[in-house]
Design a protein around this ligand. Sequence first.
Ligand code: ARG
Length: 496
Amino acid sequence: MLLFSARRLHKPSRVPDTIANCKLREVYRVSSSLDSHTSQTWGGRFNEATDAFVQEFTASYSFDHILAHYDVQGSRAHADMLAACGILSSADLEDIHRGLDQVLTEIDADEFTWQVELEDVHMNIEARLTEIIGDAGKRLHTGRSRNDQVATDIRLYLRAAIASIRGQLTRLRTGLIDQAECYADTVMPGFTHLQVAQPVTFGHHLLAWNEMLARDDGRLADCAERMNLSPLGAAALAGTSYPINRHMTAEALGFSAPTENSLDSVSDRDFAIEFTAAAAITMMHLSRMAEEMIIWTSAQFAFVDLPDRFCTGSSIMPQKKNPDVPELIRGKAGRVQGHLVALITLMKGQPLAYNKDNQEDKEPLFDAVKTLHDSLLAFADLVPAMKAKPEAMRRAASLGHPTATDLADYLVRKGVAFRDAHEVVGTAVGMAETKGIDVGELSLEDLQALSALIEHDVFEVLTLEGSVAARDHIGGTAPKQVRAAVQRARAKLNTA
Ligand code: ARG
């Protein structure tokens, strides 16, 4: 049930495109002023109908309708518990299940009439349920409030969302690890300051991305575990006077336990913030990967080729093939970062317990879920199709004296102190620059003029292959180590 995925998300039939749209506002004013006083579920203590604009302004059904399945799931568990505890008759319970079935069928078929007077997903569903089954529908809300209801719904939604996101993360990591194995021997330049530093293998570079994503997966798993507690039964803020059984609903909904404190239960949105923080970090990682792909596909680098299906052309420059997918993902990282700031600021300074501010948690959270999910999906499809161009990588790795450090290490092995070796190699680089060649291309004579300790075997360490093979320890770039790291990464993926 991918309710947060764009492709499955259906709009309710009466969603205003924008509140600023005056025409729509007029429509709402007319339709809602007819009977809003009587149709609102809390209308009893009010003497005048809510202002039509205020109704639109305070309503959330246009975005929280995606919680519908979770809302019904929570309602079913709540009703079962009420019946088991003798608070609801079995006839009412049967009607409630039957009515909720019909409500969901209508919602899924896009035949449900969402009403702005009914504010949110919870009241829209309850009102329709009551329309279908009569008074039993009104009894469903016994011992519960929208405050614990919405807190439960979001947790159920986010739990499913995290599971699906982790699925995409696993697909992406599987692709990265497979590619790393395939390119374990492929030499490319390693950069610091985006200047050629030392040669590395492409497999090693791809496994660096996998490490970032492995930490992201750990953060998501951690967040999912901490939030898997049931707020249901906290009611409005203080609990309820009915003899409910919170353990029963927690278990029925797959939560590990009920939450401890009713005030905290209805006001806590840490889980949304934690998730969005993990999402923002993951998107930051994706943006780093995206940036490298963008650089690598430029004509100046030409390290990789992205399949045409992930790129677009230019309407004016026929030669262009733009890496749109990585560019968009790089851009989308910004909006998830924004959502994190929005959510943490939303909660700052809020007094206990529930405040209407909390309704503002949904749009940033939903968008963070969808953005992260879809970005991972796109990269999970793209990464296995990415083709390296080993000759271009090799050519670039030979520029900028990438084996200079290897020459210094060689001298250290011959007994020279590292700082002195650094000095000698600096002179060698200067000499090579003057000659317009790479330090690895200097003659033995030239090198021996700088240090008598240098012998013919120096040329073994000055090759790109010699350089990468020498980094032969855990975490190093040697092809042998990359292959071992691939095995460990796969094992970790399979046990996660
Ligand atoms: N739509 C509301 C929200 O998202 C549901 C809870 C409303 N509770 C209330 N007491 N007004 O937060």
